[in-house]
Write a protein that binds this ligand. Structure first.
Ligand code: C2E
Ligand code: MG
Ligand code: MG
Ligand code: MG
Length: 287
């Protein structure tokens, strides 16, 4: 009887699966089209120096403004782009859009040479030698200093990677761009790796600070992670800061930089001048 039920269950779900598949392939077609006709946009979220409240840079976060479905978030369409073989095209679009945006902010006198734009790159980008060329080209065509561009790579992408990836990391590093490990603490947490990788900073995943301000054991954990990261010769950025209390605790523990809804949600580029101006008026607002 249980076998029959199993078959029944399969049968019952099949139309749903077909529908999902049809929706997915429609979305893939839409994504393919939108890469051509400019339906993607970048939002930017400030990264803040905890001691002063200065905005030291912004992270570019891609959004898809779908004609009928409204805004679609990257967690939904990045995996789709990966599967459909569109991720390289998407990655190149993001890279170019973000670095050109930085150029515009520099030209407008809004940011100085310490300000950086952080760009999320996929494992596929990392595996592509073409991507290194793309980075080189966009730096050349914009004249942006390489230190002002920081590439964020997930821990999973790096640790799963092979020798070629490490070669690519070295190649990217050779261009002078910054490299940061994203979502640190969620993947393999391979500490021995951390010491050997040609990276500058880690961005600690927000899951490591969610209990900060409520769970009394959490500050000790944050302190330990910070110590570990620094023992590896790196610096940490803390993401997912949602309350003043969390910001204050991190600052008190000696953390340097953070990002999160407390400081600002990701915003369209048009709102960045306003955020930069607010920062200039009260440089120690977080301090
Ligand atoms: P991520 O790189 O770790 O980016 C941080 C995510 O956390 C963003 O979600 C951001 O909006 C969100 N976030 C920021 N502050 C807070 C906070 O205080 N609380 C909470 N709960 N969340 C916060 P988003 O924009 O939906 O992006 C999700 C992920 O999609 C990113 O995670 C990144 O892995 C990926 N992604 C985004 N843009 C790109 C892109 O251009 N290329 C690639 N390959 N991946 C991207
Ligand atoms: Mg990121
Ligand atoms: Mg992250
Ligand atoms: Mg993430």
């Amino acid at each position: 009887a249980s076998k029959a039920e199993g078959q029944n269950r399969l049968h019952r779900f099949e139309p749903g699966l077909l529908l999902v598949r049809r929706l997915r392939s429609q979305l893939v077609e839409d994504l393919r089209a939108t890469l051509k006709d400019g339906g993607l946009t970048l939002y930017y979220q400030p990264v803040v120096e905890l001691a002063t409240g200065r905005i030291e840079g912004v992270e570019a976060l891609v959004r898809w403004n779908h004609p009928t479905r409204g805004f679609i978030m990257p967690d939904e369409f990045i995996p789709l782009a990966e599967e459909a073989g569109l991720i390289s095209e998407l990655g190149l679009w993001v890279l170019r859009a973000a670095v050109h945006q930085l150029r515009d902010w520099i030209d407008a006198g809004l940011v100085d040479s310490r300000f950086s734009v952080r760009i999320n790159i996929s494992a596929t980008d990392l595996q592509s030698l073409q991507f290194i060329e793309d980075v080189r080209n966009v730096l050349k065509e914009t004249g942006v200093r390489p230190e002002q561009v920081v590439l964020e790579l997930t821990e999973v992408a790096i640790v799963k990677g092979n020798e070629l990836d490490r070669y690519s990391l070295g190649g990217l590093r050779g261009l002078g761009v910054g490299i940061e490990i994203d979502d640190f603490g969620t993947g393999y947490s391979s500490i021995s790796y951390l010491r050997r990788l040609p990276v500058d900073r880690v961005k600690v995943d927000r899951s490591l600070i969610t209990g900060l301000g409520t769970d009394p054991t959490q500050p000790a954990l944050v302190a330990a992670v910070l110590q570990l990261v620094r023992a590896c010769g790196l610096e940490a950025v803390w993401e997912g800061v949602e309350t003043a209390e969390q910001a204050e605790l991190l600052r008190g523990l000696g953390c340097l930089s953070a990002q999160g809804y407390f400081f600002s949600r990701p915003v369209p580029p048009g709102q960045i001048p306003e955020l930069l101006a607010a920062q200039a008026e009260s440089p120690a607002q977080q301090g």
